[in-house]
Design a protein around this ligand. Structure first.
Ligand SMILES: *Cc1c(COP(=O)(O)O)cnc(C)c1O
Length: 381
């Protein structure tokens, strides 16, 4: 079946008892057994819950995966993935990584003896120089946050195969509608479901999908043993959110393209970062591995002044000033003082996060209101 049909139906059947078309919210912690050990496949809800199970099947289907697991947050999913490793193992990760992942790697897992190397992966071959006999995993995020760099997933997978490494791709920014890393030979794909999959800024959740049975078995064990599992109500909300993922993404992409070109035409704007521009550094890779370019855009202001960025960010009325992304409503953020505040100025500027950089999560409102809002904010005094 095609993507839009799977988004609505995958993993879901009418309720066998009542015929309810929506998967019920199985708000239960345990299940009654006929005799000790004799149950209907459900024993305790940390291990398995029918609402969550339907969602796991649905997300796996959208990622063309055999297996899927949902976690109580994107970080919960990332945490489980790193727990596949042992002390002494090494990970090579993209240098402009999601800030929360960087914090967890360096402040939690580095203490436990796992070593992380951060590499600019815009040329995938640069990964090779950092591989040692201790390397076990390559961690990719593409497009990256907030610089919208593009990493060649298939090239990374080729390197991972040669050295028997696990390739993990954080597919949060693209969503499965735009990009399917497992089809490009990645081993694991993870999501902050909080963003596009949930889509309505009302749930925090994570997911991991794979086609490798051994990896799935080990992740399932960690999932149940460590317990970062989401509840049935949140699973229901995401099942509902995913039904409109294709129509939402279509509008995110349309609005994103309009806004990217609009920003380029504004005299106050300096650089615009969006992978759909033909002069974007890795535009051809984006074109090859993504179906469209999404609704995430970053831009800088001429003169690169912090106060100008603050002025613009506090004058928008349709774009709300907030962290997060991927919801139906448009958001604006100032990475240097919000998502990337923990990174020293010299370091963040090296990767392009300058004082005037602003990041947009373009929502699905009417494009006329969005461009007019940005125009008045850019002209504000
Ligand atoms: C938000 C985000 C995460 C973390 O997910 P949570 O659901 O907030 O725990 C990981 N990766 C990326 C790219 C994100 O945007």
């Amino acid at each position: 079946m095609e993507f839009a049909t799977r988004a609505i139906h995958a993993g879901q059947e009418p309720d066998p008892v009542t015929g309810a078309i929506m998967t019920p919210i199985y708000q239960t912690s345990t299940y009654v057994q006929e005799a000790p050990g004799k149950n209907k496949g459900y024993a305790y809800a940390r291990g398995k819950n029918p609402t969550r199970h339907a969602l796991e099947q649905c997300i796996a289907s959208l990622e063309n995966a055999k297996f899927g697991l949902c976690f109580s947050s994107g970080m919960g999913a990332s945490d489980a993935i790193i727990k596949l490793l042992n002390p002494g193992d090494e990970v090579i990760a993209t240098h402009d990584l999601y800030g929360g992942a960087y914090r967890m790697f360096m402040q939690v897992f580095a203490r436990m003896g796992i070593k992380f190397h951060f590499v600019d992966m815009s040329q995938a071959d640069d990964i090779r120089h950092r591989i040692s006999h201790k390397t076990r995993m390559i961690w990719v995020e593409t497009p990256t946050n907030p610089m919208m760099n593009i990493i060649d997933i298939h090239a990374c997978a080729t390197i991972a195969r040669e050295h028997k490494l696990i390739l993990t791709v954080d597919n949060t920014f693209a969503s499965p509608y735009l990009q399917n890393p497992l089809d490009l030979d990645a081993d694991l794909v993870m999501h902050s479901v909080t963003k596009y999959l949930g889509g309505h800024s009302d749930v925090v959740m994570g997911a991991v999908c794979t086609n490798k049975e051994d990896l799935h078995q080990r992740l399932s064990f960690i999932h149940n043993s460590c317990g970062a599992t989401p509840g049935p109500m949140d699973s229901f909300l995401v099942l509902r959110g995913i039904k409109t993922l294709p129509v939402r993404m279509e509008r995110h992409c349309f609005n994103g393209k309009e806004i990217a070109h609009f920003l380029r035409s504004q005299p106050e704007v300096d650089k615009v970062y969006w992978p759909g521009f033909e002069d974007h550094k890795n535009h051809l890779i984006a074109k090859k591995q993504m179906r469209d370019f999404g609704g995430m855009i970053s831009f800088t202001l001429k003169g690169n002044k912090l106060e100008d960025a603050f002025r613009v960010a506090s004058h928008t009325k349709v774009f709300s000033l907030a962290e997060s992304l991927g919801g139906v409503e448009s958001l604006i953020g100032h990475p240097a003082t919000m998502t990337h505040a923990a990174i020293p100025k010299a370091e963040r500027e090296k990767s392009g996060v300058t004082d005037s950089l602003l990041r947009l999560s373009v929502g699905i409102e009417d494009i006329k209101d969005l461009t007019e809002d940005l125009k008045q904010a850019l002209h504000s005094k």
